[in-house]
Write a protein that binds this ligand. Structure first.
Ligand SMILES: Cc1ncc(COP(=O)(O)O)c(C=O)c1O
Length: 416
C-alpha cells in the first residue's frame, strides 16, 4: 500500500490519548530485533519496546512459529485448555507465594479483577491507591489512576476509591528528610484507613513506569505492615515494572514485601499477543475453591496468548535475558549519568534495569522526542513528569545503546 493511502486509512482510527487533528502518526510496517520500519521505509531504534512490552524484540521467529503451531492445534477454547495450566504452573513455580492465577487480556482488566477480588473476598468497599500512579483506563482502573485529565470527562467514576499521598508528594518544596516524608505519608495512609474502617485493598505501583518515580522501599514495607495490621489486601500492580523490566520477575515480591495479589502484563507475551495475569495468594485461592469467581470474558486465557507467554518465558529463562537487562541497564545508567554531567538541560536521570527516565530542567522533552524521531529513535515524552522515558527490548546490545546515546547527545547539543 502506498503512503498517502495508508495515511488516509489511519484517519479512520480513534487513536488513544490524542485528537485526530493533533496526531502525526508514524505508521509502522515491520520490525526486526530492536528496530521498526515505517511505511516510507524509514528505520527507527525502538527505545520503548512498543509500549514497554516487546521485550524479546520484533520478529522473533521461534516465538512466532510456536504461536502458529499452537493455533493450528487449538485456535480457541471456551473452557480449560492445557496451555493455560502449563503457563500457570510455570509462573507459580517461579512465584510460589501465589497459588492461583487469572489470565486476562490487558493490564486494565487485571486491575479490575484485583479490585473485584478484594471487594468480594473482604466484603469491604473502599480501595486506596496513590497519587501519580497509573493503573489503566477502564472504569475501576481509571478510578485508581490519579491523572485528573484522564478522569475528568468520565465522572462519576467508581465510588469508594481514594488516593493517598506517597512520600514524594509530601510538601516537595519543604526541607524534610526522606524518612520524615515516609513516616508522614504512612501516618496519612493510616488516618485514611481509620476514617472508614471499610478498606478492602491498597493498590500500589511500586515504581511508576511513567516518569520512573521509584517509591522508597521503606514506604512500601510500611504500607505492607499497615495492610497486615488492618487485614487489608495489598495489590502490587507490576504491569509496567514486573517481568524483569527492572531486573525482577516481581519487584515487590523480590524485595520481601509480598503482596496478596500480583498483577503482571506487558512483557508476558513480549507484546506478540495480549495477555495479563492476576496472581493470588493461598487465602484467596482457597476462597475461590469454595466460591464462584464472578469474572470472565470471551478471550480470558486465550490459548494462543498463553502459548505466546509460555514461549516468551522459556526464551527469557533459556537465554538468561534478565542478565542482559542488568548489564545493559548498568551501561545505560553510566552513559546517561555522563550526559547529565555534561548538559545542564538534564535535571535528573533515574531508573533501574532497562527502565529509565531523563527529566529536563525546562519543558524540552517533546522537542527532544521529536528530534530523536527525526534521527530514527523512538522514545516516550511525558508532559506531567517533563521526562523522556526509555524501556528498550531486553535483547538490546551495547552498540545499540551507544547509538542511542550518540543520537541523544547530538540532539542535546543542537538545543544549546
Ligand atoms: C502500572 C500499570 N497498570 C495498568 C496499566 C494498563 O495496562 P493496559 O494498557 O494493558 O490496559 C499500565 C499500562 O501502562 C500500567 O503501567
Amino acid at each position: 500500500m502506498d503512503k498517502p493511502q495508508a495515511e488516509e486509512n489511519d484517519k479512520l482510527i480513534l487513536h488513544s490519548f490524542i485528537s485526530g487533528k493533533e496526531y502525526k502518526p508514524v505508521i509502522l510496517r515491520q520490525g526486526s530485533g530492536c528496530y521498526v520500519t515505517d511505511i516510507s521505509g524509514k528505520r527507527y531504534l525502538d527505545m520503548k519496546s512498543g509500549e514497554f512490552n516487546v521485550i524479546l524484540g520484533y520478529g522473533n521467529s521461534e516465538l512466532i512459529d510456536y504461536i502458529l503451531n499452537a493455533g493450528r492445534k487449538l485456535c480457541y477454547s471456551p473452557k480449560s485448555h492445557e496451555l493455560q495450566g502449563i503457563l500457570a504452573s510455570k509462573l507459580i513455580k517461579l512465584l510460589p507465594n501465589f497459588k492461583k492465577v487469572y489470565f486476562g487480556t490487558s493490564g486494565s482488566e487485571a486491575v479490575e479483577v484485583a479490585l473485584k477480588i478484594s471487594r468480594d473476598f473482604s466484603k469491604r468497599k473502599k480501595i486506596i491507591s496513590f497519587w501519580g500512579a497509573f493503573h489503566g483506563t477502564t472504569f475501576g482502573a481509571l478510578s485508581c489512576t490519579s491523572d485528573p485529565s484522564l478522569k475528568k470527562p468520565f465522572t462519576p467514576l467508581v465510588p469508594e476509591i481514594v488516593q493517598c499521598l506517597t512520600p514524594m508528594d509530601i510538601s516537595p518544596k519543604v526541607e524534610l528528610g526522606d524518612e520524615d516524608r515516609v513516616s508522614i505519608a504512612l501516618s496519612l495512609l493510616e488516618k485514611q484507613i481509620n476514617m472508614s474502617n471499610d478498606v478492602a485493598a491498597i493498590i500500589v505501583e511500586p515504581i511508576y513506569s511513567a516518569g520512573v518515580r521509584i517509591i522508597p522501599l521503606s514506604f512500601l514495607s510500611g504500607v505492607k505492615k499497615i495492610a497486615e495490621k488492618y487485614d487489608i489486601m495489598l495489590i502490587s500492580d507490576e504491569t509496567g515494572v514486573g517481568y524483569w523490566r527492572v531486573g525482577h520477575l516481581s519487584y515487590l515480591n523480590d524485595c520481601a514485601i509480598t503482596p496478596d495479589i500480583l498483577i503482571l502484563g506487558k512483557g508476558l507475551t513480549s507484546g506478540y499477543l495480549p495477555l495479563s495475569a492476576v496472581l493470588v495468594n493461598k487465602k484467596i485461592a482457597e476462597y475461590y475453591d469454595e466460591h464462584p469467581f464472578l469474572h470472565g470474558q470471551t478471550y480470558t486465557g486465550h490459548p494462543l496468548c498463553c502459548a505466546a507467554a509460555i514461549k516468551t518465558l522459556d526464551i527469557i529463562l533459556r537465554e538468561k535475558l534478565y542478565k542482559n537487562v542488568e548489564k545493559m541497564g548498568k551501561l545505560l545508567k553510566q552513559k546517561l549519568s555522563a550526559l547529565k554531567d555534561k548538559y545542564r538541560e538534564i535535571q535528573e536521570v533515574r531508573g533501574k534495569g532497562l527502565l529509565w527516565a531523563i527529566e529536563f530542567q525546562e519543558e524540552v522533552n517533546n522537542k527532544v522526542e521529536q528530534a530523536l524521531l527525526k534521527t530514527g529513535v523512538i522514545v516516550d515524552a511525558l508532559d506531567f513528569t517533563n521526562t523522556i522515558d526509555l524501556a528498550p527490548p531486553f535483547i538490546i546490545s551495547k552498540e545499540e545503546i551507544e547509538h542511542f546515546v550518540k543520537c541523544l547527545e547530538n540532539v542535546l547539543t543542537s538545543l544549546q
